[in-house]
Design a protein. Structure first.
Lengths: 399, 113
């Protein structure tokens, strides 16, 4: 029945009801549109399957390569600072040359280039571990020429024997685990396995921090170093430069740090993906918070690799090889492993700007051996969750 | 005759049509998000999304069928992918709008002579 004009009561009721319906419908539409924006963001950033993109293919297909490229495919999965992947390989049928890319650095965060060379050493170790399964004997000559970027020459001699090994098998499963660890201690046998790797490496030793007091003291120093690093704007900027906050950045660069790589729970990671990218300051605060409440709080033990002279590139290169073996040993034993180098990052930064070596003195007191210098540090524990993959530049990009 | 007028004016009213369209859009979101997923989320999301998208239009024929499709399509995926935040959100909103449509449909059918 048509409503007549002038029927004020009916009009008012009709209008109010219509208005409420209109507002309700509008609100629902806005909600659905908002969900649409987040859906698109989730789709673009592979919310439901972070590792679905090509940036993670090297972890899946590293064993499909044959010949010398198979060695490179293993090498590019090595641990390295901020996932800068500072390597380039020149490959010929019986030789591989490993070069450093000086521009792929974390700048003031690695002020003396320590981690840069350690990362190259880790790649070299993976490369040498992959030689026997391909029927090669690898003969490594570190720093073979006058070119400072020529890190190593690997001569390959073919044999009829093809043999892998526990560490080789672990290469594809090695991921830094930045998540929480169980409160249970790491078994003595697991630490023994790690210790044997150190004992087999000439010129290196390791200082373990396993008791509550030891862990507490080193953890405090790590938090202080993280705070100092966050307070140093230059270091903060240089570190943040390697953070990839979107799927398109991950796919185009295939390096750097990611939200998923922080090994947060899926729920928290999803929130980080759906929210706008965090600022450098927010990222710093987050990392500092994680250092306080997760990394140091749940570490079952710390290890600090020691060497006579941490300033020598050869020590750094061999230290990187040892560090990779330690990580692979941990992975093959089911032990979580995270590289934690903020103390040495701050020590090197202090040295480079002429600041008082306060952290260095504190660290040396904890190490307790004036003849040895810390090269790299890590924490271990029984994992709560599996460490996630980091993006990698494929073999074709680095050869 | 009265019954036909009531049902036509409610089921096909622009507002109800718009609400049904929004549920369908949510079903499409569900499909879209699931395309990049692992197997369980992929299957539950693609199948579930199609069910959610169809459900408001099937409510006109059978309220029960529409509600079952909506609940199965939204809930299973929303639970499997609960950690993603967006999946349970889509499920909740789809259930709320779709449930409202179903209630209205049942209410009007009940009072139709």
């Amino acid at each position: 029945m048509p409503v007549e004009k002038g029927s004020s009561i009916s009009d008012a009721t009709f209008s109010r009801r219509n208005l409420l319906h209109f507002l309700g419908g509008g609100l629902v539409t806005v909600v659905v549109a908002g969900i649409g924006v987040e859906t698109y963001s989730g789709f673009e950033n592979k919310l439901m399957n972070y590792s679905g993109g090509h940036a993670y293919d090297p972890w899946r297909d590293w064993q499909t390569y044959q010949g010398p490229l198979a060695l490179v495919a293993a090498a590019i999965l090595a641990a390295n600072p901020h996932n800068t992947q500072p390597w380039r390989f020149v490959v010929s049928p019986h030789q591989i040359d490993l070069f450093s890319i000086p521009s792929r650095t974390t700048g003031s965060t690695d002020a003396l280039g320590r981690e840069h060379v350690v990362g190259l050493g880790a790649a070299l170790e993976n490369l040498s571990l992959a030689a026997p399964p391909q029927g090669y004997v690898a003969t490594i000559t570190p720093f073979p020429g006058s070119d400072s970027t020529h890190v190593a020459r690997i001569a390959l001699t073919s044999t009829n024997v093809r043999a892998g090994g526990k560490l080789y098998d672990a290469i594809g499963n090695r991921h830094s685990n930045r998540g929480p660890y169980e409160s249970s201690p790491v078994s003595v046998s697991n630490i023994d396995h790690l210790q044997k790797q150190v004992d087999a490496a000439d010129g290196f030793s390791i200082k373990w921090f396993t008791t509550v007091n030891e862990r507490g003291a080193l953890g405090k120093l790590m938090i202080d170093a993280a705070q100092a690093l966050v307070n140093d704007t230059t270091q903060s900027i240089d570190g943040f430069r390697w953070f990839r906050s979107s799927e398109s950045a991950i796919e185009s660069h295939r390096d750097g740090l990611t939200d998923w790589g922080q090994d947060l729970s899926n729920l928290i990671s999803s929130g980080a993906i759906l929210l706008p990218p965090s600022s450098r300051h927010a990222g710093d605060e987050f990392w500092l918070g994680q250092t306080r409440t997760v990394h140091t709080k749940t570490a079952a033990a710390y290890g600090v690799v020691l060497v006579n002279d941490s300033g020598l590139d050869l020590s750094r290169l061999n230290g990187g090889r040892l560090l990779e073996r330690l990580h692979l040993t941990a992975v093959s034993d089911g032990v979580a492993f995270q590289h934690m180098n903020q103390i040495t990052e701050r020590i090197d930064r202090d040295a480079s700007i002429g600041a008082a070596p306060i952290l260095k003195e504190r660290f040396n007191r904890l190490i307790g051996d004036p003849l040895l210098q810390p090269l790299v540090s890590f924490r271990i524990g029984n994992p709560v969750r599996v460490g996630r993959m980091s993006p990698r530049r494929p073999v074709e990009w680095v050869t | 005759m009265m019954s036909a007028i009531v049902n036509d004016s409610t089921v096909y009213s622009p507002r109800r049509w718009w609400m049904a369209t929004l549920v369908t859009v949510l079903g499409i979101y569900e499909v879209l998000l699931s395309l990049n997923s692992g197997l369980a989320v992929l299957v539950s999301g693609v199948v579930g999304g199609i069910l959610v998208a169809l459900s408001p239009w099937l409510v006109r024929r059978s309220t029960t069928l529409g509600v079952v499709l909506l609940v199965v399509g939204a809930l299973v995926w929303g639970i499997i992918a609960w950690w993603s935040i967006i999946a349970p959100l889509i499920a909740i909103v789809a259930l709320a709008i779709g449930g409202y449509l179903a209630l209205k449909s049942r209410h009007l059918t009940h009072y139709a002579p």
